[in-house]
Ligand binder design. Sequence first.
Ligand code: ADP
Length: 436
Amino acid sequence: MNNPIKILKEIRNSVQKGDVSKLVLVFGLALVVVLINLFFLPVSIAALNLVVLCVATWLLMANYDKLARFSLENQVKNLELETVIQNIRDGVIVYDSNFRILSMNKSAEEIFGLNATEVLGQSIEPGMVKNPHLKAFTQVVFPSLAPVVNTISSSGWPQIIDLTLEDPRRDIRTVLNRIVNDKGEVVGFLKLVTDMTREKGITESKTEFISVAAHQLRTPLTALSWSFESLNKILGDKDPNIKEVTDLAKAGWQLTERSLKIVNDLLNAARIEEGRFGFNFEEVNLVDFMNAVVKQAEPIAKEYGIKFGFAPAGANYPVKIDQELLGIAISNLLDNGIKYNTKNGEVTVKIEPDQKPGSVRIEIRDTGVGIPKDELEKMFQKFYRGTNVVQMEPNGSGLGLYITKNIIERHGGRIGVESQLGRGTVFSITLPLNPK
Ligand code: ADP
């Protein structure tokens, strides 16, 4: 058992001044009770009372020590948490399950133009959106009230949501997480609020710059490519005396075509970023559509010495697609299969019913250089090019797969990739059937 003197010393060390004075008050009151007892009661009962009081006081002292230390630890923890919350660069709002605001930091005050005292302890309700002073704050607590809402996280926690607020226009990202106690019960929520208006503005002006520059380049490049193509037709390739000239004209045409492809990729990526990809969906038979796209790629395959095969399993797959945009996506996969192949390699294209009912699967398989395993995920990112192909094929924008994935997903489809380094790659696309 703890010795009371030691306990007192520990208490003195651990509790604050205010706590010690409360303890002294308890001792003082106990002493008064003892004196009253001695004065008014028979000695035996007074002695009994004295013993009971001593034991109670001793127990109180022993537990007071623990309680004081526990309360001190909690105070320190809360202070640490509050300091962390207050110093986070993003806005932080903490509320309980009744949307009662428990904490809000300085950054959140700045974002919402509010003083924390105006909302602390208050239960926020959707109706508060009518109050112009609390509008933005209420929209962030209840994102469905914001004019533009975009859910980023797929499911589970944290929930990430992008919001656009009006008057003034602001782009906000919120990350909501639950606060769970030791028993696993949800006791509240913590919302991180990031004002992305400036970053979004910068990205938008960069995208606009790329879009304008690419537009300006496209017209002269198209004219140049057309001139080289005409020159190639005029020269033909039969006259050995002008072989050097015909080779130069051929190289010039190929290079302008490649540059045009990069410029078009930049324009399409900018259109995706700006949300300007207008889709014009129409009902077609996927086999007919694929036949036409495959045909367009055949001359390139011939040029690279690649064998090309197209095998649809079944004749009619009705889909609702934008033929021009899905054409860009599929052509890009076919071009890659040809470009990143080996001499005398093969590219085979299949269409078959997907395992998932109501879907069709397109497979583009090549026997090429493959993709390193640790880079597979990155391939669909903007400007990413495989470390194994940069030397082999220096001309490339790294935008093709980014654009392809975007187009396919906007068709309600999915794209996947499997690859073995040095053996080949399989891209598979699933699209919804029966568009009605
Ligand atoms: P680009 O072909 O212009 O580099 P893409 O976005 O179309 O851009 O492709 C990104 C990268 O993915 C390529 O640079 C290459 O590393 C890899 N890749 C795409 N398709 C294939 C393929 N069929 N075989 C091997 N690597 C591929």
